[in-house]
Design a protein. Structure first.
Length: 226
């Protein structure tokens, strides 16, 4: 009787152990499957951290960051440039597809085994895939910014009631090529999105013939030869 009782107890212990193992394995499988829905730790796309985010959340985060206006400084003036104005676009599908390969990893059971042993995936960074229209950017600077903020050069002109000229004044305009380069860098950065627009001097032109005529008349007036 004792041997039979011992055998029954052992069988029950075995059954309970098996059931507990199955339950534990099932829980681990569920946790592992859920972990594959979100991106792993230490991962970013285009410098934007996406760890713990789902695919849709990562897409929304990227759009939020890279659609932020680029802040342009023209001396003391501040201009907020919408990236969409110059045709800026993210290639989301390409970047997310690359991230998905890392998120899913290799074969299911191999990855599950790594999960069971708590092996963390190596840090991964997906490069930014984006584009914009340089021609639209140049047009924006030339038609929207320069007409409002450039300072025209002023040629020397006669001083009213005098026989001398007021000296000319130099002006300012955007250094276009350098501005395009700096704005492009800001467009492709998730954090450094401020640009101090590079400026160049405009030299005053030669004194107009009309100004010389005015000066001559003023000289004659002063000399009382009129």
């Amino acid at each position: 009787m004792r041997k039979r009782s011992s055998g029954v107890i052992l069988r029950w212990i075995s059954v309970i152990s098996l059931l507990l193992s199955i339950i534990f394995l099932t829980i681990q499988l569920i946790m592992f499957s859920r972990s594959r829905i979100t991106y792993p730790a230490n991962m970013d796309i285009g410098g934007v951290p996406i760890s713990g985010l789902t695919r849709d959340q990562a897409a929304s985060r990227l759009l939020e960051v890279y659609n932020m206006p680029v802040e342009l400084h023209y001396q003391d003036a501040v201009i907020h440039m919408d990236p969409n104005v110059i045709g800026f676009e993210l290639n989301l599908e390409s970047m997310l597809a690359s991230a998905d390969i890392i998120r899913v990893g290799g074969q299911f059971w191999n990855e599950f085994w790594k999960f069971m042993w708590n092996e963390e995936k190596a840090a991964a960074s997906i490069p930014l895939d984006a584009s914009y229209s340089e021609s639209l950017l140049r047009n924006y600077l030339q038609t929207e910014i320069s007409p409002r903020y450039d300072q025209p050069a002023i040629a020397a002109r006669p001083q009213v009631g005098s026989v001398v000229f007021q000296p000319g004044q130099s002006g300012t305009t955007i250094a276009l090529d350098r501005a395009v380069f700096q704005i492009e860098n800001a467009l492709f950065s998730p954090t450094r999105r401020t640009v101090d627009l590079p400026l160049q001097e405009r030299q005053p032109g030669r004194t107009a013939f009309d100004n010389l005529e005015i000066l001559l008349k003023q000289i004659l007036d002063v000399a009382e030869f009129d």
